[in-house]
Design a protein around this ligand. Structure first.
Ligand code: ADP
Ligand code: MG
Length: 618
């Protein structure tokens, strides 16, 4: 229900049900929307500030949390009550993070290795979900303040490698923050969406998304077909990012000024000062050749060349990860059509150049790499809000989808409750020799016979070249994209003739309809199963009769007189059984005929016959 509200700040009309896109990052988080008038993605920021909210939470002595830039100020001076990188703890037990325990300068509870970790600040305990929810709440408040309208719905991004537990934890964090999380989207997918990739359903492509953030590096290879994003491979280093660049600079300065590790450990102010200036230097050198700043009467300096020398080993590591990702996806550099740069650290020119050289093409960095993930999340949110297309939106398929096979049976390709988007393919073959076309009828429902289900569409795959029955290989694929649009394709693999059709699966079905169809399927389950078994037996019997007859006419020279007589008798028995609705009898007669014909079928090794006996037929 789209409500229209008035933006008090601008006086403009807007939809009050705005769905926001959120990049919940390890280092920085931000929120974006599709601008209701400009129809363009926009990262939200208060006047004169940046859109980035540092993913840092500081707790004061009364356990009141502060999030963002103000919390970041306490990173070095109050490490015990200033939480950063909470995302690294999502869905993790102490066992999972043990190896990197020294990374966390706050207290991560280690008493139970197996249970999900908690963080202790003072006498309070926080789960990573609690911590993430503080960040999300801050983003929500920010968005509401800027938009002057309640924000209750969001799309949140997560790394492509996040498992179910981590995704669920992210959803829960959203819920805790008062957000209805409509969808969890992979970060590389969001980045691609921000570039408009995948929005044109006609274009299939393979892309690489190189994401170098503050503390993590991810490379993802994605295949986009029909608007569906498939992660072919991911690789990376969960402890490598721009913070390491900063540390390399700090180390360089420490050597220059003879500062020891121990000194730094004891003097938090010193550590904080150096770290902040190192990050400043790094950012400055993304656009300049040298950096210099006054420091306690001295000067801290570094050149771009020096920085590049310091960080090159780190960049090489990321390139190795890229090669491994390609290998895992079984692809060559030449197969990658687009390379998208994500994360603040891809602003470093040497990073960009190295990636461009590796993939042998210019890389995409036109969209602000800090914001690109959030902007893509906003694009997804807008699709979900139904603003750019009148597509039906389903998270799962409410009813099974399939096609009609021989005997009027329903062959389910996508079972009900499948998550979408989804893609399934199955091979079928022809029933008759020289069959030039194949009817593909698409049905929705849970019953075994298509006549009891709902027909959605039908088309003919024509132009199949004349071949013996069972030889053509027709691949029928069902694709449901994120908008709930089903595309059915049929392709004869030998000749490559193909045909496709687009269907809106739930079109015109109310919740009650769906419920009724499910109920009917349950009530008829027993009858349906018996009927399906009978039809399958009959179909098989008919196929075998036809194949045997064909075999005998072709190969009479290979078969003795006695064998012909025996076969004829068995065929007649089967024929008779087929006229009676007795599944068990039919099956017995099929067995008997098989017993007799198997030896000479093997003798002839006729590919057509064995093909016909094996292939599924429509
Ligand atoms: P995450 O995805 O981990 O939350 P971001 O994508 O926000 O992280 O990247 C943050 C990192 O990007 C920090 O290390 C920051 O110093 C770095 N960064 C931001 N701007 C620049 C720049 N202009 N040059 C170099 N590094 C930058
Ligand atoms: Mg990020």
């Amino acid at each position: 229900m789209a409500k229209i509200g008035i933006n008090i700040a601008t006086g403009s009309l807007q939809q009050s049900e705005m769905i926001v896109g959120i990049d919940l990052g390890t280092t920085n988080s931000l929120v974006a929307i599709i601008h209701p008038e400009l129809k363009k993605p926009l990262a939200l920021k208060e006047h004169n500030t940046t859109s980035l909210v540092p993913s840092v939470i500081h707790f004061d002595e009364f356990a009141n949390p502060t999030v963002g830039e103000n919390a970041k100020l306490f990173l070095e001076t109050e490490p015990a009550n200033t939480i950063f990188s909470a995302k690294r703890l999502m869905g993790k037990s102490y066992n999972d993070i043990k190896q990197n325990a020294s990374f966390f300068t706050y207290k991560v509870i280690d008493t139970d290795d197996e249970k999900l970790v908690k963080v202790q600040v003072g006498n309070q305990f926080y789960s990573p979900i609690d911590l993430s929810s503080f960040i999300l709440k801050e983003l929500k408040v920010r968005a509401e303040h800027i938009l002057k309208t309640p924000v209750t719905k969001a799309v949140i991004t997560v790394p492509a490698y996040f498992n179910d537990a981590q995704r669920q934890a992210t959803r829960d964090a959203g819920k805790l923050a008062g957000l209805d999380v409509l969808r969890i989207v992979n970060e590389p997918t969001a980045a691609a969406l921000a570039y408009g990739l995948g929005l044109n359903k006609e274009v299939d492509t393979t892309i690489a998304v190189y994401d170098l953030g503050g503390g993590t590096f991810d490379i993802s290879i994605l295949k986009i077909t029909n608007g569906i994003f498939e992660v072919l491979s991911t690789n990376g280093d969960t402890y490598l990012g721009g913070d390491d660049f900063d540390r390399a600079i700090v180390k360089y300065w420490m050597e220059e000024f003879g500062i020891t590790d121990d000194e730094l450990k004891l003097n938090k102010e010193l550590a904080q000062g150096l770290r902040l200036r190192a990050e400043e230097a790094k950012k400055h050198l993304s656009n300049n050749e040298t950096f210099a700043v006054d420091w306690n009467g001295d000067k801290l300096t570094i050149t771009k060349e020096k920085l590049e020398e310091l960080i090159w080993p780190l960049i090489e590591k990321t390139l190795n990860c890229c090669n491994n990702a390609l290998k895992d996806a079984q692809l060559q550099v030449a197969d990658i059509e687009t390379v998208v740069m994500v994360g603040g650290s891809t602003r470093v020119p040497i990073v960009k150049n190295a990636v461009s050289r590796l993939f042998n093409q210019p890389v995409h960095d036109e969209v602000n790499p800090d914001e690109v993930v959030a902007l893509g999340a906003a694009v997804q949110a807008d699709i979900l809000a139904g603003n750019n297309k009148d597509f039906l939106l389903l998270d799962i398929t409410p009813l099974s989808l399939g096609i009609e096979t021989m005997g009027g049976l329903m062959d389910v390709l996508i079972p009900r409750n499948s998550k979408i988007p989804t893609k399934v393919g199955r091979q079928y073959t022809t029933q008759k020799d020289g069959q030039g076309s194949m009817r593909i009828a698409v049905f929705q429902g849970e019953r075994d016979l298509v006549k009891d289900n709902r027909k959605l569409a039908e088309f003919n795959l024509t132009g199949i070249p004349g071949m013996p029955a069972g030889l053509p290989k027709v691949e029928v694929s069902f694709l449901i994209n994120a908008d709930g649009i089903l595309v059915v394709k049929a392709k004869e693999l030998r000749s490559e003739v193909e045909q496709s059709i687009e269907v809106k699966p739930q079109y015109g079905l109310t919740d009650e309809d769906v419920e009724k169809m499910l109920l009917e399927s349950i009530n008829h389950a027993k009858d349906d199963i018996a009927l399906r078994a009978l039809i399958e037996a009959k179909t098989e019997g008919e196929q075998i009769l036809a194949a045997t007859e064909k075999f005998l006419t072709k190969n009479s020279n290979l078969v003795s007189q006695q064998e012909i007589l025996d076969t004829a008798q068995a065929m007649q028995n089967l024929q008779l059984a087929l006229t009676m609705d007795d599944k068990d009898l039919i099956q017995t007669k099929i067995e008997e005929l098989n017993e007799i014909s198997r030896p000479f079928a093997e003798r002839a090794m006729d590919a057509a016959v064995s093909g016909a006996l094996k292939g599924r037929m429509i």
